[in-house]
Design a protein around this ligand. Structure first.
Ligand SMILES: *Cc1c(COP(=O)(O)O)cnc(C)c1O
Length: 412
Protein backbone atom coordinates (compact mmCIF):
# COMPACT_ATOMS: atom_id res chain seq x y z
CA UNK A 1 0.00 0.00 0.00
CA UNK A 2 1.21 3.48 -0.78
CA UNK A 3 2.37 5.37 2.30
CA UNK A 4 -0.23 8.11 1.93
CA UNK A 5 -3.03 5.64 1.48
CA UNK A 6 -1.86 3.73 4.51
CA UNK A 7 -1.87 6.90 6.55
CA UNK A 8 -5.43 7.65 5.49
CA UNK A 9 -6.59 4.20 6.36
CA UNK A 10 -4.98 4.47 9.79
CA UNK A 11 -6.65 7.77 10.41
CA UNK A 12 -10.02 6.32 9.39
CA UNK A 13 -9.53 3.32 11.64
CA UNK A 14 -8.68 5.58 14.57
CA UNK A 15 -11.82 7.62 13.95
CA UNK A 16 -13.93 4.46 13.65
CA UNK A 17 -12.51 3.25 16.97
CA UNK A 18 -13.45 6.57 18.52
CA UNK A 19 -17.02 6.25 17.21
CA UNK A 20 -17.21 2.69 18.48
CA UNK A 21 -16.13 3.90 21.90
CA UNK A 22 -18.74 6.62 21.71
CA UNK A 23 -21.67 4.19 21.45
CA UNK A 24 -20.39 1.69 24.04
CA UNK A 25 -22.35 3.06 26.99
CA UNK A 26 -25.56 3.03 24.98
CA UNK A 27 -25.09 -0.55 23.78
CA UNK A 28 -24.50 -1.67 27.33
CA UNK A 29 -27.38 0.19 28.91
CA UNK A 30 -29.90 -0.43 26.12
CA UNK A 31 -29.74 -4.17 26.81
CA UNK A 32 -31.32 -3.52 30.19
CA UNK A 33 -34.16 -1.40 28.80
CA UNK A 34 -37.42 -3.39 28.60
CA UNK A 35 -38.61 -3.81 25.03
CA UNK A 36 -41.72 -5.37 23.54
CA UNK A 37 -39.79 -7.74 21.29
CA UNK A 38 -37.26 -8.80 23.94
CA UNK A 39 -39.96 -9.27 26.62
CA UNK A 40 -42.45 -10.99 24.35
CA UNK A 41 -42.29 -14.38 26.11
CA UNK A 42 -43.09 -12.74 29.44
CA UNK A 43 -45.92 -10.74 27.84
CA UNK A 44 -47.40 -13.85 26.19
CA UNK A 45 -47.50 -15.49 29.63
CA UNK A 46 -49.39 -12.50 31.01
CA UNK A 47 -51.82 -12.78 28.11
CA UNK A 48 -52.44 -16.45 28.86
CA UNK A 49 -53.04 -15.58 32.53
CA UNK A 50 -55.53 -12.85 31.65
CA UNK A 51 -57.31 -15.17 29.23
CA UNK A 52 -57.76 -17.82 31.90
CA UNK A 53 -58.74 -15.25 34.57
CA UNK A 54 -61.60 -14.09 32.33
CA UNK A 55 -62.27 -17.50 30.84
CA UNK A 56 -61.79 -16.49 27.22
CA UNK A 57 -60.22 -18.10 24.17
CA UNK A 58 -57.32 -16.69 22.20
CA UNK A 59 -59.75 -16.00 19.34
CA UNK A 60 -61.59 -13.60 21.61
CA UNK A 61 -58.31 -12.10 22.75
CA UNK A 62 -57.45 -11.05 19.19
CA UNK A 63 -60.94 -9.65 18.61
CA UNK A 64 -60.68 -5.90 19.20
CA UNK A 65 -64.38 -5.66 19.96
CA UNK A 66 -63.92 -8.12 22.80
CA UNK A 67 -60.92 -6.13 24.02
CA UNK A 68 -62.92 -2.89 23.94
CA UNK A 69 -65.99 -4.36 25.58
CA UNK A 70 -63.81 -5.88 28.28
CA UNK A 71 -61.60 -2.94 29.12
CA UNK A 72 -60.70 -3.16 32.78
CA UNK A 73 -61.90 -0.20 34.84
CA UNK A 74 -62.51 -1.46 38.38
CA UNK A 75 -60.15 -2.73 41.03
CA UNK A 76 -61.95 -6.07 41.47
CA UNK A 77 -61.17 -7.08 37.92
CA UNK A 78 -57.76 -5.48 38.00
CA UNK A 79 -56.79 -7.52 41.06
CA UNK A 80 -57.63 -10.71 39.17
CA UNK A 81 -54.80 -10.07 36.74
CA UNK A 82 -52.35 -7.71 38.43
CA UNK A 83 -50.91 -7.87 41.91
CA UNK A 84 -51.92 -4.68 43.69
CA UNK A 85 -52.02 -4.33 47.43
CA UNK A 86 -55.03 -2.99 49.31
CA UNK A 87 -53.51 0.44 49.81
CA UNK A 88 -52.95 0.80 46.09
CA UNK A 89 -56.50 -0.37 45.42
CA UNK A 90 -57.81 2.40 47.70
CA UNK A 91 -55.70 4.98 45.84
CA UNK A 92 -56.97 3.73 42.49
CA UNK A 93 -60.57 4.00 43.65
CA UNK A 94 -60.03 7.45 45.14
CA UNK A 95 -58.45 8.78 41.97
CA UNK A 96 -60.99 6.89 39.89
CA UNK A 97 -63.77 8.88 41.57
CA UNK A 98 -62.27 12.01 40.02
CA UNK A 99 -60.72 10.78 36.78
CA UNK A 100 -62.06 7.82 34.86
CA UNK A 101 -59.70 4.98 34.06
CA UNK A 102 -59.89 1.94 31.76
CA UNK A 103 -57.21 -0.32 30.28
CA UNK A 104 -57.48 -2.78 27.43
CA UNK A 105 -56.52 -6.32 28.46
CA UNK A 106 -53.83 -6.24 25.75
CA UNK A 107 -52.14 -3.10 27.11
CA UNK A 108 -52.39 -4.48 30.64
CA UNK A 109 -50.55 -7.61 29.51
CA UNK A 110 -47.42 -5.58 28.80
CA UNK A 111 -46.96 -4.73 32.48
CA UNK A 112 -44.14 -6.51 34.28
CA UNK A 113 -45.51 -7.28 37.76
CA UNK A 114 -42.01 -7.46 39.15
CA UNK A 115 -41.05 -3.99 38.01
CA UNK A 116 -42.48 -1.33 40.31
CA UNK A 117 -41.33 1.32 37.82
CA UNK A 118 -42.93 -0.39 34.83
CA UNK A 119 -43.51 2.30 32.17
CA UNK A 120 -46.83 0.83 31.01
CA UNK A 121 -48.10 0.59 34.57
CA UNK A 122 -47.19 4.23 35.14
CA UNK A 123 -49.12 5.32 32.05
CA UNK A 124 -52.23 3.26 32.75
CA UNK A 125 -52.84 2.59 36.46
CA UNK A 126 -54.15 5.58 38.45
CA UNK A 127 -52.18 6.80 41.46
CA UNK A 128 -52.92 9.10 44.39
CA UNK A 129 -50.58 11.66 42.82
CA UNK A 130 -53.28 12.46 40.29
CA UNK A 131 -55.92 13.03 42.93
CA UNK A 132 -53.81 15.30 45.09
CA UNK A 133 -52.27 17.32 42.25
CA UNK A 134 -52.94 20.97 42.98
CA UNK A 135 -50.92 22.34 40.08
CA UNK A 136 -51.98 22.53 36.48
CA UNK A 137 -55.16 23.54 34.69
CA UNK A 138 -57.83 21.51 32.96
CA UNK A 139 -57.31 23.29 29.62
CA UNK A 140 -53.82 24.86 29.51
CA UNK A 141 -53.87 25.20 25.72
CA UNK A 142 -57.16 27.02 25.80
CA UNK A 143 -58.76 24.59 23.40
CA UNK A 144 -62.16 25.72 24.58
CA UNK A 145 -61.43 29.20 23.21
CA UNK A 146 -59.92 28.08 19.91
CA UNK A 147 -62.96 26.25 18.64
CA UNK A 148 -64.64 28.20 15.82
CA UNK A 149 -67.10 25.35 15.19
CA UNK A 150 -68.30 22.34 17.16
CA UNK A 151 -65.57 19.71 17.67
CA UNK A 152 -62.97 21.83 15.83
CA UNK A 153 -59.76 23.20 17.30
CA UNK A 154 -58.06 25.73 15.07
CA UNK A 155 -54.71 27.15 16.00
CA UNK A 156 -52.99 27.46 12.62
CA UNK A 157 -53.64 29.16 9.29
CA UNK A 158 -53.94 26.12 7.02
CA UNK A 159 -54.92 23.16 9.19
CA UNK A 160 -57.18 22.12 12.03
CA UNK A 161 -58.33 19.30 14.26
CA UNK A 162 -61.71 17.62 14.47
CA UNK A 163 -62.30 15.86 17.79
CA UNK A 164 -64.37 12.93 16.61
CA UNK A 165 -64.76 11.03 19.90
CA UNK A 166 -63.64 10.96 23.53
CA UNK A 167 -63.31 7.20 23.42
CA UNK A 168 -60.00 5.38 23.91
CA UNK A 169 -58.85 1.79 24.43
CA UNK A 170 -56.98 3.04 27.51
CA UNK A 171 -57.14 6.39 29.25
CA UNK A 172 -53.57 7.60 29.61
CA UNK A 173 -52.81 8.86 33.10
CA UNK A 174 -51.00 11.73 31.41
CA UNK A 175 -53.94 12.60 29.12
CA UNK A 176 -53.88 16.25 28.05
CA UNK A 177 -57.61 16.20 27.26
CA UNK A 178 -58.83 14.50 30.42
CA UNK A 179 -61.45 17.21 30.78
CA UNK A 180 -63.14 15.57 27.76
CA UNK A 181 -63.07 12.02 29.12
CA UNK A 182 -65.99 12.54 31.50
CA UNK A 183 -67.91 9.52 32.68
CA UNK A 184 -69.07 8.02 29.41
CA UNK A 185 -67.77 7.27 25.93
CA UNK A 186 -69.28 9.64 23.40
CA UNK A 187 -68.69 10.00 19.70
CA UNK A 188 -69.33 13.33 18.02
CA UNK A 189 -72.86 13.24 16.63
CA UNK A 190 -73.52 13.28 12.92
CA UNK A 191 -74.80 16.87 13.24
CA UNK A 192 -71.56 17.91 14.95
CA UNK A 193 -69.46 16.25 12.27
CA UNK A 194 -71.59 17.85 9.54
CA UNK A 195 -71.08 21.24 11.19
CA UNK A 196 -67.32 20.66 11.34
CA UNK A 197 -67.26 19.64 7.66
CA UNK A 198 -69.28 22.71 6.81
CA UNK A 199 -66.77 24.93 8.56
CA UNK A 200 -63.99 23.37 6.45
CA UNK A 201 -66.06 23.74 3.26
CA UNK A 202 -66.46 27.44 3.97
CA UNK A 203 -62.81 28.09 4.84
CA UNK A 204 -60.80 27.43 1.72
CA UNK A 205 -57.40 27.95 3.32
CA UNK A 206 -57.78 24.67 5.26
CA UNK A 207 -55.69 22.13 3.32
CA UNK A 208 -54.89 19.65 6.13
CA UNK A 209 -57.46 18.07 8.46
CA UNK A 210 -56.66 15.93 11.50
CA UNK A 211 -59.23 13.55 12.91
CA UNK A 212 -58.44 12.90 16.52
CA UNK A 213 -60.04 12.71 19.95
CA UNK A 214 -59.92 10.61 21.99
CA UNK A 215 -58.84 8.04 19.48
CA UNK A 216 -59.96 8.28 15.84
CA UNK A 217 -59.74 4.46 15.48
CA UNK A 218 -62.49 4.09 18.08
CA UNK A 219 -64.94 5.10 15.34
CA UNK A 220 -66.53 2.39 13.24
CA UNK A 221 -64.86 1.71 9.89
CA UNK A 222 -67.93 3.04 8.06
CA UNK A 223 -67.71 6.34 9.92
CA UNK A 224 -63.98 6.69 9.24
CA UNK A 225 -64.63 5.88 5.57
CA UNK A 226 -67.47 8.41 5.40
CA UNK A 227 -65.47 11.20 7.05
CA UNK A 228 -62.42 10.66 4.84
CA UNK A 229 -64.66 10.58 1.76
CA UNK A 230 -66.41 13.81 2.78
CA UNK A 231 -63.01 15.47 3.28
CA UNK A 232 -61.85 14.28 -0.13
CA UNK A 233 -64.94 15.83 -1.66
CA UNK A 234 -63.76 19.24 -0.43
CA UNK A 235 -61.42 20.35 -3.18
CA UNK A 236 -59.14 22.48 -0.99
CA UNK A 237 -58.46 19.66 1.50
CA UNK A 238 -55.17 18.22 0.28
CA UNK A 239 -54.26 15.77 3.04
CA UNK A 240 -55.96 13.91 5.87
CA UNK A 241 -54.45 12.77 9.16
CA UNK A 242 -55.72 10.36 11.79
CA UNK A 243 -54.61 10.49 15.43
CA UNK A 244 -54.82 7.19 17.28
CA UNK A 245 -53.13 5.31 20.07
CA UNK A 246 -54.75 2.02 19.06
CA UNK A 247 -51.55 0.61 17.50
CA UNK A 248 -50.03 0.93 21.01
CA UNK A 249 -52.93 0.10 23.30
CA UNK A 250 -55.11 -2.12 21.08
CA UNK A 251 -53.16 -3.23 17.98
CA UNK A 252 -55.86 -5.76 16.99
CA UNK A 253 -58.03 -2.78 16.02
CA UNK A 254 -55.86 -2.51 12.92
CA UNK A 255 -57.55 -5.36 11.09
CA UNK A 256 -57.90 -6.09 7.37
CA UNK A 257 -61.20 -4.25 7.14
CA UNK A 258 -59.78 -1.04 8.58
CA UNK A 259 -56.70 -1.32 6.36
CA UNK A 260 -58.90 -1.73 3.32
CA UNK A 261 -60.64 1.54 4.24
CA UNK A 262 -57.34 3.35 4.84
CA UNK A 263 -55.91 2.11 1.53
CA UNK A 264 -58.65 3.98 -0.37
CA UNK A 265 -57.86 7.37 1.13
CA UNK A 266 -54.39 8.47 0.12
CA UNK A 267 -52.76 10.86 0.85
CA UNK A 268 -53.24 9.79 4.44
CA UNK A 269 -51.04 10.19 7.51
CA UNK A 270 -51.54 8.22 10.72
CA UNK A 271 -49.96 9.54 13.89
CA UNK A 272 -49.74 7.43 17.00
CA UNK A 273 -48.16 7.67 20.44
CA UNK A 274 -45.55 5.14 21.50
CA UNK A 275 -43.78 6.39 24.62
CA UNK A 276 -41.54 3.48 25.57
CA UNK A 277 -39.77 0.61 23.74
CA UNK A 278 -41.78 -1.86 25.86
CA UNK A 279 -44.83 -0.79 23.85
CA UNK A 280 -43.19 -1.78 20.57
CA UNK A 281 -44.28 -5.43 20.63
CA UNK A 282 -44.59 -7.94 17.78
CA UNK A 283 -48.37 -7.33 17.78
CA UNK A 284 -47.94 -3.55 17.63
CA UNK A 285 -45.31 -4.06 14.94
CA UNK A 286 -47.65 -6.17 12.86
CA UNK A 287 -50.38 -3.53 13.15
CA UNK A 288 -48.00 -0.81 11.98
CA UNK A 289 -46.51 -2.79 9.11
CA UNK A 290 -50.03 -3.64 8.00
CA UNK A 291 -50.96 0.05 8.00
CA UNK A 292 -47.74 0.97 6.22
CA UNK A 293 -48.68 -1.42 3.40
CA UNK A 294 -51.89 0.54 2.81
CA UNK A 295 -49.69 3.46 1.74
CA UNK A 296 -50.41 5.56 4.82
CA UNK A 297 -47.38 7.31 6.27
CA UNK A 298 -46.94 6.56 9.96
CA UNK A 299 -45.61 9.01 12.53
CA UNK A 300 -45.09 8.96 16.27
CA UNK A 301 -45.92 11.71 18.74
CA UNK A 302 -44.30 10.74 22.02
CA UNK A 303 -44.86 12.62 25.24
CA UNK A 304 -41.87 13.23 27.50
CA UNK A 305 -42.96 11.67 30.81
CA UNK A 306 -41.18 11.52 34.14
CA UNK A 307 -40.59 7.90 35.11
CA UNK A 308 -41.52 6.59 31.66
CA UNK A 309 -39.09 7.93 29.09
CA UNK A 310 -37.24 10.85 30.72
CA UNK A 311 -33.97 9.22 29.82
CA UNK A 312 -31.86 9.79 26.69
CA UNK A 313 -31.11 6.09 26.22
CA UNK A 314 -34.76 5.07 26.53
CA UNK A 315 -35.74 7.69 23.96
CA UNK A 316 -32.96 6.66 21.59
CA UNK A 317 -34.04 3.05 21.84
CA UNK A 318 -37.73 3.96 21.41
CA UNK A 319 -37.07 5.90 18.22
CA UNK A 320 -34.89 3.14 16.79
CA UNK A 321 -37.50 0.50 17.59
CA UNK A 322 -40.13 2.64 15.86
CA UNK A 323 -38.18 2.82 12.61
CA UNK A 324 -38.10 -0.99 12.54
CA UNK A 325 -41.91 -1.03 12.39
CA UNK A 326 -42.09 1.74 9.76
CA UNK A 327 -43.11 4.48 12.20
CA UNK A 328 -41.21 7.72 11.77
CA UNK A 329 -40.63 9.68 15.00
CA UNK A 330 -42.37 13.02 14.44
CA UNK A 331 -42.67 14.87 17.74
CA UNK A 332 -41.66 14.62 21.38
CA UNK A 333 -44.10 16.77 23.33
CA UNK A 334 -43.10 18.39 26.57
CA UNK A 335 -45.79 17.38 29.08
CA UNK A 336 -48.30 20.17 29.53
CA UNK A 337 -49.56 21.63 32.78
CA UNK A 338 -52.73 19.58 32.89
CA UNK A 339 -54.31 19.12 36.29
CA UNK A 340 -53.76 15.61 37.64
CA UNK A 341 -50.61 15.01 35.61
CA UNK A 342 -47.96 17.13 37.36
CA UNK A 343 -46.00 14.10 38.52
CA UNK A 344 -45.24 13.36 34.86
CA UNK A 345 -43.70 16.73 34.12
CA UNK A 346 -40.00 17.17 33.50
CA UNK A 347 -37.95 20.27 33.09
CA UNK A 348 -37.28 21.60 29.60
CA UNK A 349 -33.53 21.03 30.08
CA UNK A 350 -34.20 17.29 30.29
CA UNK A 351 -35.92 17.36 26.92
CA UNK A 352 -33.03 19.30 25.42
CA UNK A 353 -30.58 16.75 26.78
CA UNK A 354 -32.59 13.96 25.14
CA UNK A 355 -32.39 15.78 21.80
CA UNK A 356 -28.66 16.35 22.35
CA UNK A 357 -28.21 12.59 22.83
CA UNK A 358 -30.02 11.76 19.58
CA UNK A 359 -28.42 13.98 16.93
CA UNK A 360 -25.30 12.34 15.54
CA UNK A 361 -25.59 9.33 17.81
CA UNK A 362 -28.34 7.76 15.72
CA UNK A 363 -30.10 7.97 12.33
CA UNK A 364 -31.55 11.34 11.47
CA UNK A 365 -34.75 9.42 10.74
CA UNK A 366 -34.91 8.53 14.44
CA UNK A 367 -34.89 12.17 15.51
CA UNK A 368 -38.25 13.85 16.14
CA UNK A 369 -38.80 17.54 16.90
CA UNK A 370 -39.10 18.45 20.56
CA UNK A 371 -42.15 20.67 21.07
CA UNK A 372 -43.42 22.98 23.77
CA UNK A 373 -47.06 23.88 23.41
CA UNK A 374 -47.42 27.58 23.98
CA UNK A 375 -49.87 28.63 26.68
CA UNK A 376 -53.14 30.10 25.49
CA UNK A 377 -53.30 27.97 22.35
CA UNK A 378 -50.61 29.84 20.43
CA UNK A 379 -49.31 26.61 18.97
CA UNK A 380 -46.29 24.37 18.94
CA UNK A 381 -42.86 25.83 19.58
CA UNK A 382 -39.84 23.73 18.56
CA UNK A 383 -36.95 23.48 21.03
CA UNK A 384 -33.46 22.46 19.97
CA UNK A 385 -30.06 22.25 21.61
CA UNK A 386 -28.03 25.16 20.34
CA UNK A 387 -25.72 24.17 17.49
CA UNK A 388 -25.18 27.63 16.03
CA UNK A 389 -23.28 29.26 18.84
CA UNK A 390 -22.24 32.56 17.28
CA UNK A 391 -22.51 34.85 14.25
CA UNK A 392 -19.61 36.97 12.97
CA UNK A 393 -19.49 39.19 9.90
CA UNK A 394 -18.70 36.45 7.42
CA UNK A 395 -18.52 33.48 9.67
CA UNK A 396 -20.75 31.47 11.93
CA UNK A 397 -19.57 29.40 14.84
CA UNK A 398 -20.82 25.79 14.94
CA UNK A 399 -20.98 23.25 17.70
CA UNK A 400 -20.96 19.67 16.37
CA UNK A 401 -22.85 16.79 17.95
CA UNK A 402 -19.59 15.76 19.65
CA UNK A 403 -19.07 19.26 20.99
CA UNK A 404 -16.34 20.36 18.62
CA UNK A 405 -16.54 24.11 18.21
CA UNK A 406 -15.60 25.28 14.71
CA UNK A 407 -15.89 28.24 12.41
CA UNK A 408 -17.85 28.01 9.20
CA UNK A 409 -17.56 30.46 6.28
CA UNK A 410 -20.82 32.34 5.80
CA UNK A 411 -20.60 34.10 2.43
CA UNK A 412 -22.97 34.01 -0.48
C1 LIG B 1 -50.84 19.90 16.77
C2 LIG B 1 -51.94 20.55 16.08
C3 LIG B 1 -52.02 20.56 14.67
C4 LIG B 1 -51.00 19.89 13.80
O1 LIG B 1 -49.75 20.49 13.90
P1 LIG B 1 -48.55 19.99 12.98
O2 LIG B 1 -47.37 20.71 13.56
O3 LIG B 1 -48.87 20.38 11.58
O4 LIG B 1 -48.46 18.52 13.13
C5 LIG B 1 -53.07 21.21 14.09
N1 LIG B 1 -54.02 21.82 14.83
C6 LIG B 1 -53.96 21.85 16.16
C7 LIG B 1 -55.03 22.54 16.92
C8 LIG B 1 -52.93 21.20 16.83
O5 LIG B 1 -52.90 21.21 18.18
Amino acid sequence: MEAQEKQRREKSLARAAQLKENIKDYLEISQGIPSGYKDWERIKKNQANIQSAFGISSTEWFDWRWQLANRIGDTDNLQKVLSIDDEEAVDINTTGSKYRWVISPYYLSLIDQNDPADPVRRQSIPTAMEYYDTLGEMDPMDEENTSPAAAITRRYPDRLIINVTNKCAMFCRHCQRRRDIGETDTNATEETLEAALDYIRHNEEIRDVLLTGGDAFMLENDTIDWLLTELENISHVEIKRLGTRAPVTLPYRVDDELCEVLSRHMPLYVNTQFNHPLEVTPDAGEACLKMARTGAALGNQAVLLRGVNDNPYVMRKLNQELLRIMVRPYYIFHAKEVKGTSHFRTRVEEGIEIMEQLRGYTSGLAIPTYILNSPGGYGKTPILPNYLVNFYDEKVCLRTWENHIMEYENRS
